[in-house]
Design a protein around this ligand. Sequence first.
Ligand SMILES: Cc1cc2nc3c(=O)[nH]c(=O)nc-3n(C[C@H](O)[C@H](O)[C@H](O)COP(=O)(O)OP(=O)(O)OC[C@H]3O[C@@H](n4cnc5c(N)ncnc54)[C@H](O)[C@@H]3O)c2cc1C
Length: 502
Amino acid sequence: MDMVNSIGNPLASRKVCVIGAGMAGLAAERELRREGHAVTVLEQGGDVGGQWLYDPRTDESDPLDAAAPVRVHSSMYASLRLLGPREVMGFSDFQFVPPRKSGGGGTAPGRDRRRFPGHREVYLYLKDFCRSAGLADAVRFNTRVVRVAMAPPRRGGSGNALKWVVRSMDAGLWKQYTDDQMTEARCVEEVFDAVVVATGHYSQPRLPSIQGMGDWRRRQLHSHSYRVPDPFRDEVVVLVGCGDSGMDIALDLRAVAREVHLSAKSVEAAMTPAMSKMLARHANLRLHPQIERLCEDGRVVFADGTGVVADTVMYCTGYCYSFPFLDTEGRVTVDDNRVGPLFEHTFPPSLAPWLSFVGIPRKVMVPWFFEAQGRWIAGVLSGRWALPTEEDMMRSVEEYYRARKLAGVPKEYTHDVEPHKMYELGEKYCDFPRTEDWKRELMAIISRNTSDDMETFRDRDDDSDNVRKCLQKWYGLAEHQAQDEDPAASSSAAQATVHSSL
Ligand SMILES: Cc1cc2nc3c(=O)[nH]c(=O)nc-3n(C[C@H](O)[C@H](O)[C@H](O)COP(=O)(O)OP(=O)(O)OC[C@H]3O[C@@H](n4cnc5c(N)ncnc54)[C@H](O)[C@@H]3O)c2cc1C
C-alpha cells in the first residue's frame, strides 16, 4: 500500500483502541494494523470470538430487568447452526473453507465440515484467522472497558486536540462488583487518539411490555438465556416472537416440550410457507396472535381471546444496542434502537473520525461488511481518505432518516441495511473489493429457501447453474488447500487466496 495519500502527504499512524475482539473487532484490528496504526484491542472475555464463543452459563439477574447489566456476553444456544453458508461468511482473503479431513478420511476431531456449520466451527475459524493474521498479540483479554470519554483539551495543544480516555478493569473483578463499587483504584486509564467501538449488539435483551408480566410467577426468560431444551421437558412453553431465534428455538424445544406456542405480532405476516410447513409437521407446535395478558394462575391469554396455561414464557424479541461505557456528552445516543447520528452507520459526524463504530448494521454480509468498515476507518484516520464535512455528514444522516420514514420503516429498524446499500460501502468509500456476484446470487437463493422451509433450507441443493459452477470451484480450491496443509497445523491455517482465484 502507498504510504502517502493522493496529494502526496505522508500517512499518519494513530494510537487506536478497539473495544471488543469479536468478528467486527478483529476485522477492524487487521485493517488498522495494515494501515500502520498502533492498535490495542480491549476484550472483556478470555478469548476471541464474541458471540461465537459459546458460554453454557446464563445471566443470573432478574430476566425482566431490561436495565440490568449483562454479565454473560454470548446468546448462542447449543444447537445453533449458521443461517448462511460458509462460502459467504469468510474474510475476503481468508475464506471459511471446510476443515481438513482426518487421516482416516473423516472430519478432524471437534471440527464441523458442513456447509452450514454449528457455532463452534465459526469460533474455531475466527481463532484460525486471528492466528494467521497475527492479531492476538494486540488483544488484552479479560479487560472490561467501563468508561470512554473525551479527554480535556490540552493547553496549547495543536492539530488534533480530541483524544479519548479509556478506563478499563479486570473483567473478573467487574463481574464481582456492582457499578457503585467500581472505584477508580480498580481501573486503568489510558489515552488514545481514536476509539473504535466493536462491542456487538446481541447481548442486551429487548423485552416487550405485556400486562401481567410482573406478577406472573412461573418461569420467564429472554432467548439470551436459552442454551439447551432439556430444562423445558414436558412443559408448555410460549415463545414470544417469530424471528429467526423464535422459529429456531421452537424447533429445538418441540422435541422435548409437551406443547410449544409461538406468539406473533401479526399472524398473517408470520404465516410464511416455512411456518405453515412447521405447523403441519409438528402437532405440538401452534401459532397465536400477540399476548394480551399473563394471568396469575399461569394462563397466557392471546389477543383473539384464546389462551393456554403455560409453564414458561420465553421472549425471543431481539436485542438492544447498549454502550454503557460510552460518554459522548450526548453527541451519540441510542433511541428506540437507533444509534445516532452515525454517518453510514459508522462515524458520528461531530466526533469523526476519532470515534467510530464497526458492526452496527444488521442484515449485512459478515465479516465482509466489517472489513470494509475497518478499512474505511483505518484510511480516514491515516489521512488516506477524507470524510465529507461535519455538516454534509449530518445532512446525509438526516436524509437517510427521512427516506426511511417515508418508506414506512420504524425507527427501531434504522440499522437494517438494504442489500444494495451494504454492497455499496466498500466501493464508495475505501476501494474495498466487491463481493463476488455469485455470492450475492447465493445469498438471494438462501433467503428464498429460508422463508420456504426453515427445517430443510440448509440441506437443499437447488442453486442456479452459475452458483453451482462457482461453488464447485470454491470447494475444489478449499479441498486442495486443506490437503496441502501440514497435518500438525491448524485445519485451515495455510490459506491461499481463494477469493482472487474465482
Ligand atoms: C443466536 C444468534 C445467532 C446468530 N446467527 C448468525 C448467523 O447465522 N449468521 C451471521 O452472520 N450472524 C449471526 N449472528 C450475529 C453475529 O453475532 C454477528 O454476525 C457477529 O458475530 C457480530 O460480531 P461483533 O464482533 O459485532 O459482536 P460480538 O460477536 O458480540 O463481539 C463483541 C465483543 O465485544 C466484547 N465486549 C463487549 N463489551 C465490552 C466491554 N465493555 N469491554 C470489553 N469488551 C467488550 C465482547 O466480549 C465480545 O467479544 C447471530 C447472533 C446470535 C445472538
